[in-house]
Write a protein that binds this ligand. Structure first.
Ligand code: EPU
Length: 422
């Protein structure tokens, strides 16, 4: 198992370009199943989760061709299977995105309970919103110990009100609806920018979707969807993580190829806490703060404070002068990593599984740690860069799942990180 060895307390400097968004890449790949034409995906991040999605596509019989390092063509005109194996679906949550297009196309889909970061209480993150939605489109569902078999004789429009705001459920129902007979209405939809990006692409290919990016999305079913080019938008979570890294390390950094308007909440907080930053259409320039002020946050669906930036923000607050409250509202198990920051010297009080108080500033010291999940794993890596001495992080597969060549890109800024294969 590979690990990172980090020598901390090194200032970083320079420019870093943001890669394509993981959570947009994972959603566009299964969309190829809606058409018998070839989908060309560009600005594809080279990360483990994308490899898994392409592997899933290939396992169904689609032909995949890498046209460039960061682009691929997916031809799903002939598929030989509608079954996603446990080996594949069990490894990433977005595997659930394959079910709607498969059902719309061939009236059948089967998959094992999808995997991904274990962030909810219970052994796996729930998929009830998806199963309830597919039923409304006409699917019958058989659950054999977590192996789901879905069948639909007729794929018809549905009215769905999401009891919980969910990004993937919104995207999954939207892609399920484009070929359903009639008009589908989705209410209480997520607003994340990946959703209108996906709707724009589908509309260019003949779909009739209105309202994406608002709480109500209306989809008029069509008979045929074409395929074309999809350029994956920059990853707003990677953008925010680099911005938080620069702020925590008090390192001047220019982040390029990003969309600052997608992380306005963070940039506004930077203003409030004294991190000097300015931004243009596609770049952010961050300078070293003299003194960071504490600022409490509560994670919220877009455009609120993203849960995916909660852990690097908590790390930044360990460097602020004073106390603040971090309230994680989306997931039950997304604060467990604070124990590792405490082992490194952070002064954090766990109030309950959703809330911690961070008292700063504290000096951090290098430790031997294991990455618990993707976002917390990156935070530990950043904590290692901040800490005095050497930090070792195991299970870095969890970090590679979502950040392309993270060690190489940070080394180019002056970070001392070694990747060691045991
Ligand atoms: N939920 C249910 N039932 C469901 C689906 C979700 O109860 O069937 C609950 C979840 O347990 C959670 C809430 O709804 O409490 C929101 O979860 P959501 O389903 O929106 O999460 P997701 O769609 O699975 C996406 C990202 C997450 C990101 C959240 C932000 C993807 C593949 N994942 O997750 O990204 O944290 O939106 O809301 O797009 C990550 O990249 O590290 C990551 C976890």
């Amino acid at each position: 198992m590979a690990k990172f060895i980090i020598q901390g307390q090194n200032k970083l400097r320079g420019e870093i370009a943001v890669r394509g968004a993981k959570n947009a890449a994972l959603k566009i790949i299964p969309v190829a199943l809606l058409s018998d034409e070839t989908l060309l995906v560009e600005n594809l991040p080279q990360i483990e989760d994308v490899d898994k999605a392409l592997e899933a596509m290939a396992s169904l019989g689609a032909k995949i061709k890498r046209t460039k390092k960061d682009a691929c063509a997916i031809d799903a005109s002939a598929i030989s299977s509608a079954d996603l194996s446990a080996r594949i679906a069990g490894r990433f949550r977005a595997a659930i995105m394959f079910a709607g297009p498969l059902l719309a196309r061939s009236g059948a889909a089967s998959f094992f309970s999808p995997g991904g970061c274990n962030l909810a209480s219970g052994s796996k993150r729930p998929i009830n919103l998806f199963l309830d939605g597919f039923k409304k489109f006409g699917a019958s569902i058989r659950d054999e110990d977590g192996h789901f078999f879905l069948r639909a004789k007729r794929w018809k429009a549905a009215r769905i009100f999401f009891p919980i705001v969910s990004v993937t459920a919104t995207e999954a129902m939207m892609t399920a609806a484009v070929l359903a007979a009639g008009t589908t209405v989705l209410d209480n939809c997520a607003l994340e920018p990946e959703i209108p990006a996906l709707a724009d692409y589908l509309n260019q290919q003949g779909a009739k979707i209105t309202g994406a990016g608002t709480p109500r999305i209306v989809i008029q079913g069509v008979k045929k969807i074409h395929a074309g080019k999809f350029f994956i938008p920059p990853d707003r979570i990677e953008t925010g993580s680099f911005a938080l890294m620069a702020a925590a390390l008090k390192s001047p950094l220019t982040i390029t190829g990003c969309q600052p308007e997608h992380i306005m909440v963070l940039l506004e907080i930077f203003r409030a806490i004294g991190v000097p930053c300015r931004w243009g259409r596609d770049c952010i320039v961050i300078k070293a703060a003299k003194k960071i002020r504490p600022y409490s946050i509560k994670t919220h669906e877009y455009p609120g404070f993203p849960t995916d930036l909660q852990s690097p923000y908590t790390l930044l607050m360990t460097q602020a002068h004073g106390s603040c409250l971090i309230h994680e509202t989306i997931y039950d198990r997304r604060l467990l990593y604070v124990d590792m920051l405490m082992q490194m010297g952070a002064d954090i009080v766990m109030c309950d599984p959703h809330r911690v108080v961070v008292n700063g500033p504290t000096k951090l010291y290098g430790k031997k740690l294991v990455s618990p999940d993707l976002r917390a794993g990156l935070t530990l890596l950043l904590a290692g860069l901040l800490a005095e001495g050497q930090t070792e992080i195991g299970n870095i597969y969890q970090i590679d799942r979502g950040y392309e060549d993270i060690d190489g890109r940070l080394r180019a800024l002056g970070a001392k990180i070694k990747r060691v294969n045991d």
